[in-house]
Design a protein around this ligand. Structure first.
Ligand code: ACM
Length: 502
């Protein structure tokens, strides 16, 4: 049987099937060697609801978990898995590799193992095999916009589990925008008092720190995004003096698109940025902190006395340079605190040198940024924005208008294509899906848009995505897992077009 018969998503780098099966039963125990406690706990936690298996720790356990420096060649996220009739051996050079290997073990079991409902009379067996598995890209993620429509933390945990199942390792939370502010900031309580009201609510600090720990236990890093200097209308509704016209009363925006209201560039606005980011760094240990930077109209700065004073004081050519100036200041603040600034680029050369960039308009901007020497995460809207509908079918629920992003397109989009110069391609950290939520009020709607396109992105980010037919076959199998997890299913006529018709 070829590896595709197992329906693994993403596809492992190398896998050889052997004869026979290993069966998990009430006598199966885990031998957890030093440093493998989190992987042992994750395996037990994931399998308990459906299988009821106790999987105790024992020195003679048949399921052996081991950190092995000899596998350093597989990197921090790679792992090796050997299954025989007598034993399972999962090894990796680092803890994240083990966590990914646990997800492979989970996918090898019957799909009912993924359900939250107890399943009876199912032999929990997996095929004997040998696999060595390494991701192509280190950054494999998904951005969820919780500003336009708030999502409760219970959904963020479920989403984290769905990311981890697909070996996606970044949950990028878009926490603030014109339409909402969802992260509490002790120094500026009105941000959530005012900005947390429309469409949902706001998180508590405990919910966010709890989410960070929950995600870390699954090998997922939560990367927070605080938007600036555009997309800040909710903050300015709470604190008008942070804007360009302190006497102007604003409400939290209730429209879509690009709002003219932008942050001021005076000292109080800079103090605000630093104070907010200081609290962000307390909650989120992520090495990367996203500070937005996209869609920043400069009209207000052209007529704001304080902005024009800043232009003169800094010797800038004009208000158009204020965005970069501000991003440079916040980037420096983050760097001084040991973090890496991350922002949206619209041209490839519009962010300071210290920034890692997300190229969201066109893939060419990612290439331009790589040529500028930026580390790049490829997020081109034509293939990674899953808020666009997946088809033109009349049954599609509302999505971002404009065009469609279908499953083959997501799968076929190589974050670092062969025709790029290898030196440029080396700057690509990876890719991620985006779910903006102007049109996405509920968790069920979010999952409907995300799946199965997120499976395609995960396949491409981990294994290169060059085998569409193989992916389709694996996805058919994988859909039984999504069904077991209760992920809303698309009719196959919609989600599996014969070819890309765009
Ligand atoms: C974006 O879509 N404005 C990053």
């Amino acid at each position: 049987m070829p590896p595709t018969g197992l329906g693994l998503v993403p596809k492992p780098l190398r896998l050889h099937l052997r004869r026979g099966r290993f069966t998990f039963d009430a006598t199966t125990a885990i031998r957890s060697t030093p440093g493998t406690g989190p992987a042992a706990l994750l395996l037990r936690t994931l399998l308990a609801p459906a299988t009821g298996l106790p999987l105790p720790l024992a020195d003679d356990g048949q399921v052996v978990l081991a950190l092995d420096p000899g596998l350093a060649g597989l990197g921090a996220q790679g792992y090796g898995l050997t299954v025989s009739e007598e034993a399972v051996l999962l090894r990796a050079a680092g803890p994240d590799g083990l966590l990914h290997g646990v997800q492979t073990l989970r996918q090898l079991l019957p799909a009912a193992a993924l359900s939250t409902a107890p399943a009876h009379d199912i032999p929990w067996s997996i095929p004997c095999l040998e696999t060595t598995d390494v991701p192509r890209f280190a950054w494999r993620g998904a951005m969820l916009d919780v500003a336009r429509h708030f999502q409760p933390v219970a959904f963020l945990r479920r989403f984290t589990d769905l990311l981890a199942l697909h070996k996606l390792n970044v949950l990028h939370l878009h926490l603030t925008d014109d339409q909402g502010w969802r992260m509490p900031v002790g120094a500026y309580p009105r941000l959530t008092e005012v900005g947390g009201v429309p469409h949902g609510g706001a998180y508590t600090r405990e919910e966010l720190t709890g989410l960070v720990a929950y995600a870390a236990d699954r090998g997922v890093t939560v990367v927070p995004e605080i938007e600036m200097p555009g997309h800040v209308r909710a903050a300015l509704a709470a604190y008008p003096h942070l804007g360009n016209f302190p006497d102007r009363r604003l409400d939290v925006w209730d429209r879509h698109g690009v709002c003219d209201t932008v942050l001021g560039v005076h000292d109080e606005a800079l103090d605000f940025c630093r104070a907010v980011l200081g609290e962000v760094m307390e909650i989120f240990p992520s090495p990367y902190i996203h500070v937005g930077g996209d869609e920043c109209p400069t009209d207000e700065w052209h007529s704001s006395p304080s902005a024009l004073r800043r232009v003169a004081e800094q010797g800038l050519a004009g208000p158009e340079e204020l965005r970069r100036w501000l991003m440079d200041r916040v980037g420096t603040y983050l760097t001084e605190h040991g973090r890496r600034p991350l922002g949206w680029t619209e041209s490839g050369d519009d962010l300071p040198k210290s920034f890692t960039v997300m190229a969201w308009r066109e893939a060419e901007h990612g290439l331009a940024a790589a040529r500028e020497g930026h580390p790049v995460i490829m997020t081109p809207h034509r293939s990674t924005y899953l808020d666009y509908p997946a088809s033109t079918h009349s049954d599609e629920p509302p999505g971002q208008p404009g065009f469609t992003v279908d499953l083959p397109t997501v799968h076929a989009t190589d974050p670092a294509p062969d025709h790029w110069d290898p030196a440029d391609a080396a700057h690509v950290l990876g890719t991620q899906a985006q779910l903006w939520t102007e049109y996405v009020p509920t968790a069920a709607h979010a999952e409907y848009l995300l799946f199965p396109r997120l499976c395609a992105l995960a396949d491409t980010a981990w294994s290169g995505g060059r085998d569409w037919d193989g992916f389709r076959a694996r996805l058919d199998h994988h859909k039984t897992r999504l069904d077991a997890l209760g992920v809303p299913s698309r009719p196959s006529t919609i989600h599996l077009p014969e070819r890309n018709t765009r």
